[in-house]
Design a protein around this ligand. Structure first.
Ligand SMILES: Nc1ncnc2c1ncn2[C@@H]1O[C@H](COP(=O)(O)OP(=O)(O)OP(=O)(O)O)[C@@H](O)[C@H]1O
Ligand code: SF4
Ligand SMILES: [Mg+2]
Length: 372
């Protein structure tokens, strides 16, 4: 992959906001598993999220990446309080909201919104677009200056839809347009934080770029912070100033975009960034290591002891099975770049743009930008 496909740096690309809007500590979600007959009892738990620490600054975008099943969506749902955490603490704007009850949570709920992966199933097919976007205002008893309908039309315009389509139904829109409706609904209450869970994964490649650009505009112009969940590292690289890499319910590495993409230390991050599906180190040349992750992600019901990545890690040693590596700033890392590994990779000083998994979505994104 050539260097010139690397996207231009964004505003404030490597800076970490000093003012945390959201702080998550030790966040844990274990889904109980019940079995037995005739009396069902708890026989185990899916350790979907297990002690996650994260923070998101005001107006910042934090990317959350990792393979399927690593707990990204569960983390997003815990943050938005759609799920009750098993343990841990969620602090929003200095307020502990971990166990906040419905009434206490109401003002926060309007400030934290979610955009879902599937724009069709997340929109009620029997409601008009106007009613869908208006609903959060009605539920929260908010009437903006100029009235709710006016606000809906403004929002439709903001997300690139025709305000005259107020009375249309979701099925009358394309996938990309439906996701725009989802964005408009999320914006209805002027949120400060949006958790976007794979917001473009279900869309056609050409449409993905348009929706990512819309979200970028929203972040830049309205100063909204994002937790941007995606398995597509190229899109996260484009959209997020900081990136957290999850593996089997834990954050294994987090840092500013440049550190994660150009100086990754955790073997798993290296593997995610490696494009070619083979382990191969060419001794004669300076060719970069290409990594193929062997096997599947282990079950979150019985995760490996010590480091959860050890069953797939080419650097694993005895210590990895007995001691869980803490997520800390290891020697050689920049401030704020944390890695959970006993035997980390050397920081790569050269640009690794060619190692980043680039895909057609990114190409379309670049083309869309070039046209502007
Ligand atoms: N309600 C639930 N009950 C039991 N297990 C669940 C529940 N929701 C999620 N899980 C399990 O928790 C783990 C994490 O799931 P989650 O959906 O958070 O992963 P993800 O990283 O979002 O994956 P994907 O990329 O496929 O969306 C998975 O093993 C999943 O099967
Ligand atoms: S702690 Fe050990 S097993 Fe885990 S990533 Fe580091 S080297 Fe690999
Ligand atoms: Mg998910």
């Amino acid at each position: 992959m050539s260097e010139n496909l690397t996207l231009p740096a964004q505003q404030g690309s490597t800076s970490t906001s000093t003012e945390p809007l959201l702080e998550v500590k030790g966040l844990t979600k274990h889904f109980p598993i019940y079995g037995g007959f005739p009396i069902k009892r708890r026989v185990g738990a899916v350790q979907a999220v297990d002690g996650v620490d994260l923070s998101v600054g005001v107006g910042e975008s934090l990317g959350l990446v990792g393979e399927s099943g690593c707990g990204k969506s569960t983390t997003g749902r815990l943050i938005t309080r759609l799920l009750e955490p098993t343990a841990g603490q969620i602090t929003y704007a200095g307020q502990d909201i971990t166990r906040a009850k419905r009434k206490q949570l109401a003002p926060v709920r309007s400030e934290i919104q979610m955009i879902f992966q599937d724009p069709y199933s997340s929109l009620n097919p029997r409601q008009t677009v106007g009613s869908i976007i208006k609903a959060p205002m009605e539920v929260n008893g908010i009437t903006p200056a100029g009235g709710r309908e006016n606000r809906v039309r403004e929002l439709l315009e903001l997300v690139g839809l025709n305000p005259e389509h107020y009375n249309r139904f979701p099925h009358e829109f394309s996938g990309g347009q439906r996701q725009r409706i989802g964005v408009a609904r999320a914006l209805a209450l002027n949120p400060k934080l949006i958790v976007a869970d794979e917001p473009v994964s279900a869309l056609d490649v050409s449409i993905q770029a348009q929706v990512v650009n819309l979200l970028q505009k929203v972040q830049d112009e309205l100063g909204i912070a994002f937790v941007f969940i995606a398995h597509d590292l190229a899109i996260v690289r484009h959209f997020s100033q900081r990136v957290a890499v999850m593996y089997l319910g834990k954050v294994v590495e987090v840092g500013d975009r440049d550190s994660i993409y150009n100086r990754p230390r955790h073997p798993y991050t290296h593997a995610l960034l490696s494009a070619v599906p083979e382990v191969q180190v060419d001794d004669d040349t300076e060719q970069r290591e290409r990594i193929r992750l062997a096997g599947d992600v282990p079950s979150p019901i019985h995760p490996p002891s010590g480091c959860r990545f050890r069953t797939r890690c080419w650097k694993a040693q005895d210590k990895c099975a007995t001691e869980e590596p803490p997520l800390v700033q290891i020697s050689g890392n920049r401030s704020g770049h944390l890695t959970a590994c006993h035997f980390p990779e050397e920081p790569t000083t050269e640009a690794r743009a060619e190692d980043v998994v680039m895909d057609p979505a990114l190409k379309a994104l670049e083309e869309a930008q070039d046209q502007h």
